[in-house]
Ligand binder design. Sequence first.
Ligand code: ATP
Ligand code: MG
Length: 415
Amino acid sequence: MAKAQTPQRIRGTQDIFGEEEARFAHVVATFERVRRLYGFRRVELPVFEATAVFARSLGETTDVVSKEMYTFEDRGGDSLTLRPEFTAGIARAYLTEGWQQFAPLKIAAHGPVFRYERPQKGRFRQFHQIDAEVLGAAEPLADVELLAFAAQLIRELGIADGVTLKLNTLGDAETRDAWRAALVEHFEAARGELSEDSQKRLDKNPLRILDSKDARDRPVADAAPGIDQFLTGAAADFFGKVTAGLDAAGVAWTRDDRLVRGLDYYRHTAFEFVTDRLGAQGTVLAGGRYDGLVESLGGAPTPGVGWAAGIERLGMLAEAPAFDVCDVALVIEDDAALADGLRVADRLRAAALSVEIVAGGSPRKRFDKGVKLGAGEVVAIGWRDGAATLRVRPGSGEEQAADVLRTSDLALIPA
Ligand code: ATP
Ligand code: MG
């Protein structure tokens, strides 16, 4: 019989291990630590939702909905979609779980998200996001706090040097309509120079052209009018409060008056933390205010502001964390001492020390093997005259194991 072929990993997915895993875990642990400092509550949500959750809140004309979603019919005939982002699912839960009672609600989440894109460095089909949202807060202070949270996260990951916060406002509805009209006029005049995708966007969602990654669109997009001349008094006032708050909180930012976000629901504040260290995948963290999203899901008008960041992209920028060595290498020098060795390991682990047991292979080589692990201490359990013996050798760490064993009830003969 022919040998069965091993099924391959699906294109655009990852098996995260070793140094990559250490970076990944470092990003998540830092996010977990910093989100507590800002009072964001953790939430776990389904990985799939009714397709309408994303189609309605993100908008049918967005890249994500029109090209990138993993949508399928389940066995019951319902149309489901693997989440391409967190915000829409959080807004859905806010409505269906009655979380309005907690407003203003500060929520943090992380986990896998799915988008059908062309895989390349820093771009996957299953990737992972950390996400922060504030629902039910209309004040600019929410935007400021959320950005301060993001900035502190980036600082604590040690990547602030290569990362810049680009900030814009998309104004209120009146502002956006006026800007949109000016953009349409600008792009219509140069229709022939635009990519096919952007010619389509021109009819459906002209703001998106500003966001295009197609090199053919860049000259026309970069020459487009910025938003400032169209800001209403109220929109300018809101933006002024956000920037004043950022300055007071010590969050550095630069203005980009043509920055837009890919999704339909953004209003007022829009921002991206960008780097030039990841090639074409320059955006590491992005978000903004989305007054209007909850309404698109059938809820009462609810202000919201949030951001999401790719864990992989942040991990690629961060310094690799130090390799995790164990506190104690526990060498069983004689097989007769195995049971005593396991008792020792139990005591050490109960005292929160990590232990690696070295018990296999030639007994004469085990001690050297234990030393090579580079642990904080090496504990050797031998066997003499029908009883277990104990020897502790200091390594790179403090004498924690020696202390634990000295005060434990284990009767082992000093070797
Ligand atoms: P891009 O412009 O790179 O496609 P986006 O605007 O689609 O990003 P968002 O929807 O704002 O991205 O998602 C937030 C963050 O998620 C991005 O800033 C990025 O760090 C990360 N991200 C988005 N798509 C991918 C992907 N396919 N693979 C890995 N990370 C991604
Ligand atoms: Mg994208």
